[in-house]
Design a protein around this ligand. Structure first.
Ligand code: MN
Ligand code: ZN
Length: 339
């Protein structure tokens, strides 16, 4: 069978590997149908993902159809459509014991720290498998994971009905977080520096959009919140400057989510946090969000169709990467199909 492997930065290949075999009773072998290409995959491709090691079979956003199960597997059967949670955790560190395995002290993510899902068949433990209950478009199974990121952010921020939220950046994560927020009745204002992206965000459910190269965001926030400032702020741009801005846009008693993995410092002074008594939360990957996202897909509260911009066969992974590099503004999610 074939797999998509990044051998070293800027070197990607379709390689031949052995079919996975059931080795333990809780193993499940999934015939992958689709995967989403993420910014972090692009980082593995271009050498800027500090977490990645090489060579690596990439892919942490993937799903497919159950092909084979171990003798102890109870929750899925052959033929089920499933999405795979790529998180591998130890089960006994502090974070794991309090139910937050997504920040396990020895966390590994399939497709980043270990081989991932851009392969024709993949073996995963039953606990990482989450099934659909209806016939669902197989090209969208790989898009559950990015929505779990958006759901985790909303869970960490404890977003609630009728609250107002600023999402800086209208890329895939901003849009996923927005859709989850909207499904909870939150009013969302989104920003970007590219109008096409904002139009897409509006089309997918954002209440208000702000082109920050043209409009004054501060004024728009004041209008949106009656001069209060933003109770909930999410920065998906994730550069030191936007982290600083997210602190300044937050209202007194506001909550701010941080999702970036950059190591560069920001200039934030203590007083800005103390005076407003801000709650600043990190949000990483997802913690048990798969089933709720799948339910959102099935009930159409969440809309992965519009997140998918383009499809490529996995054999053309290189062309898919080129397309993302060439037209980053026009692309939300590129889906690889494995049929
Ligand atoms: Mn991703
Ligand atoms: Zn752990």
């Amino acid at each position: 069978m074939k797999a998509v492997k990044v051998l070293e930065p800027f070197k990607i290949d379709i390689i031949e590997i052995d079919m996975p075999k059931i080795e333990n009773e809780y193993d499940v072998i999934v015939k992958v149908t689709s995967g989403g290409i993420c910014g972090s995959d692009m980082g593995i491709w271009n050498g800027t993902n500090s977490l990645a090691t090489y060579p690596r079979i990439i892919g942490h956003e993937f799903g497919g159809v159950v092909n084979e199960i171990g003798s102890g597997v109870k929750n899925v059967k052959i033929g089920d459509r499933v999405a795979v949670d790529p998180i591998v955790s130890c089960g006994h560190c502090y974070a794991c014991t309090i139910g937050r395995h997504n920040v396990c002290s020895t966390l590994e993510v399939m497709g980043v720290h270990r081989d991932g899902g851009f392969t024709e068949y993949v073996k995963v433990p039953e606990k990482n498998i989450h099934k659909f209950h209806i016939d669902f478009d197989e090209s969208l199974l790989g898009l559950v994971e990015p929505f779990t990121i958006g759901m985790q952010i909303n869970n960490r921020l404890q977003t609630q009905k009728d609250e107002r939220m600023l999402i800086m950046g209208s890329g895939p994560i901003g849009i996923c977080a927005m859709q989850v927020a909207k499904s909870r009745g939150v009013k969302v204002l989104m920003t970007d520096i590219v109008m096409e992206r904002l139009e897409k965000a509006k089309d997918m459910g954002a209440d208000e959009i702000v082109l920050t190269t043209k409009d004054n965001l501060n004024d728009r926030i004041n209008k949106f919140t009656n001069g209060e400032g933003m109770p909930i702020v999410l920065d998906t741009v994730c550069i030191p400057e936007t982290f600083e801005e997210s602190i300044s846009y937050a209202s007194p008693a506001g909550r701010v989510a941080v999702i970036g993995l950059k190591n560069k410092p920001s200039n934030i002074v203590m007083a800005d946090i103390t005076k407003k008594e801000l709650t600043i939360v990190g949000s990483r990957l997802n913690c048990n969000c798969f089933d709720e996202v799948i339910e959102g897909f099935e009930t159409k509260k969440l809309n992965p169709e519009k997140l998918k911009t383009k499809e490529f066969n996995f054999m053309d992974a290189r062309a898919a990467i080129d397309a993302i590099e060439k037209y980053p503004q026009n692309i939300l999610k590129v889906v690889l199909k494995f049929e």
